[in-house]
Write a protein that binds this ligand. Structure first.
Ligand SMILES: NC(=O)c1ccc[n+]([C@@H]2O[C@H](COP(=O)([O-])OP(=O)(O)OC[C@H]3O[C@@H](n4cnc5c(N)ncnc54)[C@H](OP(=O)(O)O)[C@@H]3O)[C@@H](O)[C@H]2O)c1
Length: 315
């Protein structure tokens, strides 16, 4: 089958001919219609999980998928062939990814019936970013706050989170790299700050002199950068990093709850995401659809930055 991946750790993504996988016990074989692209994909190919799980090369990249169930292995009863599904899979050993015509998924993992209100090509953009946004809403208990500053709001996770937070009545300040006022407003943001042309601290202080209730930082990779942003959170607030930047040092002993969020993907979270999409108004922010053969270029663009929603790869 056609697939896209790397032949070695940190290798260049390329088109591969891979063996079509067979579903084992408790597994289903999914005919992938589209794979969603996430920064996670190239981070894994660079070796992000090497200390935790074995890698198998050539490594087929990709975690998010939407497609139809092709066949079910022994003792796999959750789905029947022909059903439309979507999900997130990180195989063990790492290498059986979703940038491929077929992928095998454990039925006990993050796989669920696809939302019925959108095409599979759109659903493929939802799992990782959408579940992360939902998980952050849960873990930071953002519902009990009134304002949230989202750094990196224009990307995949940020656009889902902006929609979920504003739908739950939070006032969202969207910090973006670039002028995104209209787009972020359409997702429900109360205001958007282009950090390339406007000083973020001054813009936030103008609206919230005492600081915002919550910060979700999707961009800071260092504790120092994260610390600068937590200065914009009021005492008693919460500050979340998706990049492990929330160290105790970064909080300088302030009365702020710091959370390093890690996605715990599950069928339950995925089903909730599907319900949020089908009941509206959560939309999957597709930026671009590209053929699978062009995945190497799409991965390079994602690494270079500038994401404005989700890239999906059509098989
Ligand atoms: N811990 C977890 O479980 C988990 C789960 C999902 C994602 N993540 C991580 O969270 C990050 C965001 O994920 P994503 O899928 O949303 O990525 P994405 O689609 O690539 O979007 C990231 C967005 O953030 C913007 N950005 C970065 N730094 C910024 C800053 N200082 N100020 C304003 N905007 C900034 C980027 O703009 P430019 O590219 O123009 O800079 C881009 O629009 C990624 O690093 C991802 O690996 C972690």
């Amino acid at each position: 089958m056609r697939a896209v991946g790397v032949r070695e750790r940190n290798g260049r993504p390329e088109i591969l001919q891979a063996r079509r996988p067979e579903p084992g016990e408790g597994e289903v074989l999914v005919r992938v219609v589209a794979a969603g692209l996430n920064p996670l994909d190239w981070k894994i190919a660079e070796g992000m999980l090497e200390s935790l799980v074995p890698y198998d090369f050539p490594l087929v990249m990709g975690a998010d998928f939407a497609g139809t169930v092709e066949s079910c292995g022994a003792e796999a009863y959750r789905f029947t062939p022909g059903e439309q599904v979507f999900g997130h899979v990180v195989s063990e050993p790492v290498g059986g990814g979703t940038y491929a015509e077929y992928v095998v998924v454990n039925e006990a993992g993050s796989i669920a019936r696809a939302p019925t209100s959108i095409p599979l090509t759109t659903a493929a953009g939802a799992p990782t970013a959408g579940m992360t946004a939902l998980g952050i809403m849960d873990s930071a208990a953002l519902r009990s706050y009134e304002s949230v500053l989202i750094i990196g709001a224009a990307g995949g996770v940020g656009t889902f989170l902006t929609q979920l937070a504003s739908a739950r009545g939070l006032r969202v300040i969207a910090a973006t790299h670039g002028h995104d006022q209209a787009r972020m407003g359409a997702f429900g943001a109360a205001s958007a700050v282009d950090v390339r042309t406007t000083e973020l601290a001054a813009a936030v202080r103008e609206e919230y002199p005492g600081g915002v209730d919550a910060l979700v930082d999707l961009g800071s990779t260092s504790a120092e950068e994260f610390a600068r942003n937590t200065a914009l959170v009021r005492d008693g607030g919460v500050a979340v990093s998706t990049l492990d930047a929330a160290s105790l040092d970064a909080l300088h002993g302030r009365r702020i709850e710091g959370i390093n969020y890690h996605l715990a993907a599950s069928a339950e979270l995925l089903e909730r995401l599907g319900e949020e999409i089908d009941s509206g108004p959560l939309t999957v922010p597709i930026e671009v659809e590209v053929p699978l053969d062009e995945a190497p270029g799409a991965v390079a663009r994602n690494r270079a930055g500038g994401a404005r929603g989700k890239t999906v790869l059509l098989t």
